[in-house]
Design a protein around this ligand. Structure first.
Ligand code: ZN
Ligand code: ZN
Length: 594
């Protein structure tokens, strides 16, 4: 074996370990100059590295390291470049790190290697403004390194794309990593948790992936569980989510604020506000994040009073109120129709908490006023707000115009919506329903033509129901389920019982391009009705039925679900795109206000 060069274990290098301040570091630097150690790459790299590490202050240390680097009298090797690039990138000096990397590219004698990229990808993934640079760097990896199997390069790329929300690329990279470590598993789980907005099969893949992880050498930690629990929340997968909760308890993982918040959010979104509350109570330390999640949970479940109570408790215990807290408590007021209370929170946020209202707060206020039919006040807010109203805001105004039959304002809102989102079908449907409501069929046809001319497609309705740990998905008029014969027989039976109660379908909200005679059939086969029929068939009598729907519940489904809850003596909980409906004994928790 070749004896190691004395440079690598020179006694001066040990001094770095004891170095606690920039002053001592400068002394070591001086010593290195006098001994000539500074002329060697390895000791110099130690000096660069240690100047940028804690306990030395990052700004002072980094500028010291940079100035040393620029004074090197010989052309620095790629090894020295990598050291400083990594130091800069790790301290969020992304701009400087990238400009140093550019110097590598300009130097004909240098060639980037495996160690050049990981820190740069990490830095580029940390902030949205750097994402485009990260993608350019990926091209550089392919150019300079070729197809690489280097664990660190692949893991950093995976992490980067996971932060960008690029699931397909993340998955591709993950499969290239041999024996993925905990970091790689967490990156891919995080990619799934971030991508799955709304009901999507990719969340089911996240559960399968976690299962694979349990059979690998890597052990899940709190970060893994947060991703897993978020994936369960998106899917409304209550038993998997509860299983993840039990996993946290069984494996002595910490119920920290991130795990706690994810659990509260998951239980709330799976329709279990009670379990969310239990987790909240069990949290050893409750900060803004935890309170926000719990207030939001109470809000979407229509527990306005308790949400406001929790907000009071939060301020009483001096937990910082942020813009999300205000939004959550305003939402709580909106869901129970407390217009003036909601407005009061909005009016006080700047003065009492020093928070400038954002567009979301204006949106919530407009929603609050609009739902209560105070449309001129809502329009007044829209006119006076300091920023340009977004599509969400116009849509809630349009919804309010529909509920309160205010056509003129509805048309106005729609004009703005179509400019902002020409491809979104929701607004056309709302407006045409309003026209149909008052028998203005010429206008219905006009909207329908505009929609056809622009090639706008209606988003298909889709409902999920969890039964014994399996997720069943139904589309409108779906006949793909193995039990489809029984399900449709059940739908028939439901229809007859409803009819016997004197119920007549309400076809007002049916998409206008279905012929009149088909309308009745179409509403009876809306995806949530099929899911309810399946729920009645497949669950024990008296068990609660939980359903997740990707769109807003239509009037007919709302009315029939109320009756079904009474006729069959079942509690039915439906999470739609906006809120939760708890149907019990013929009534709904939203008090028909949604
Ligand atoms: Zn419906
Ligand atoms: Zn309801």
């Amino acid at each position: 074996m070749r004896p190691q060069s004395p440079i690598f274990n020179h006694p001066s290098l040990l001094l770095f370990e004891k170095c606690k301040s920039l002053k001592t570091l400068k002394q070591i630097h001086g010593h290195m100059i006098t001994t000539g150690l500074i002329l060697h790459t390895f000791p110099l790299s130690r000096l660069l590295l240690h100047s940028s590490l804690p306990p030395i202050s990052s700004t002072l240390g980094l500028s010291y390291a940079t100035s040393i680097f620029h004074q090197i009298t010989y052309p620095p090797s790629i090894f020295l470049y990598n050291t400083l690039i990594s130091a800069l990138a790790s301290q969020n000096h992304t701009h400087e790190a990238l400009s140093l990397y550019t110097r590598v590219l300009c130097d004909q004698t240098l060639w980037p290697n495996n160690f050049t990229y990981p820190s740069l990808f990490k830095a580029c993934g940390a902030h949205p403004s750097w994402l485009v640079h990260g993608r350019a760097l990926h091209a550089h990896v392919l150019k300079f390194l070729g197809p690489t199997s280097d664990h660190f390069v692949l893991s950093s790329l995976l992490h980067f794309y996971s932060r960008c929300g690029k699931l397909a690329l993340s998955r591709h990279l993950f499969h290239q990593i041999q024996n993925p470590d905990l970091g790689a598993w967490n990156s891919i789980m995080c990619a799934y948790a971030h991508v799955s907005t709304g009901a999507d099969t990719s969340s089911i893949e996240a559960l399968l992936l976690f299962n694979q992880m349990l059979h690998s050498l890597a052990r899940p930690n709190e970060i893994t569980l947060v991703s897993l629990i978020s994936a369960c929340a998106d899917l409304g997968a209550l038993s998997q989510g509860a299983w993840a909760h039990a996993y946290v308890d069984r494996h002595d993982l910490r119920l920290n604020r991130f795990v706690g918040t994810a659990l509260i959010d998951m239980y709330a979104r799976c329709g279990r506000a009670d379990m969310a509350n239990q987790v909240f109570d069990a949290l050893p330390r409750k900060d803004t994040l935890c309170y926000n999640a719990m207030i939001r949970a109470l809000a979407v479940h229509g527990h306005g009073q308790r949400a406001v109570g929790l907000f009071d408790q939060m301020t009483h215990e001096n937990v910082t109120v942020d813009n999300i807290t205000i939004l959550a408590v305003m939402c709580a007021c909106a869901h129970v129709g407390w217009v003036d209370e909601g407005r009061r929170y909005f009016d006080s946020m700047k003065e009492a908490y020093g928070i400038e209202p954002k567009i979301e707060h204006y949106g919530c206020l407009v929603d609050l006023l609009g739902r209560a039919g105070r449309l001129s006040e809502a329009m007044d807010i829209v006119r006076k707000m300091p920023m340009k109203p977004n599509a969400v805001l116009w849509r809630s105004l349009l919804g309010a115009c529909r509920t309160h039959d205010h056509l003129e304002l509805g048309e106005h809102a729609l004009t703005h919506l179509i400019q902002l989102e020409p491809e979104n079908s929701g607004s056309y449907v709302l407006l045409s329903n309003m026209y149909a409501n008052i028998n203005r069929w010429d206008d219905v046809r006009r909207v329908r033509k505009v929609m056809k001319d622009k090639g706008v497609q209606k988003m298909p309705g889709c409902s999920f129901i969890e039964m014994d740990g399996a997720i069943h998905e139904f589309m409108m008029g779906d006949r793909a389920h193995p039990c489809t014969v029984e399900i449709y027989a059940m739908l028939d039976e439901m229809g007859k019982k409803l009819h016997a109660c004197g119920y007549r379908p309400c076809t007002m909200d049916v998409l206008f391009d279905i012929d009149e005679e088909e309308k009745e059939g179409a509403v009876s086969y809306h995806s949530e009705k099929i899911a309810i029929a399946f729920g009645l068939l497949a669950s024990e009598s008296g068990a609660t039925i939980r359903i997740i729907k990707n769109l807003r519940v239509c009037r007919d489904c709302h009315a029939t679900t109320k009756l079904v809850s009474q006729i069959y003596g079942r509690e039915i909980i439906v999470r739609d795109r906006i809120r939760f409906h708890h149907f019990r004994g013929g009534t709904c928790s939203c008090l028909d206000y949604w």
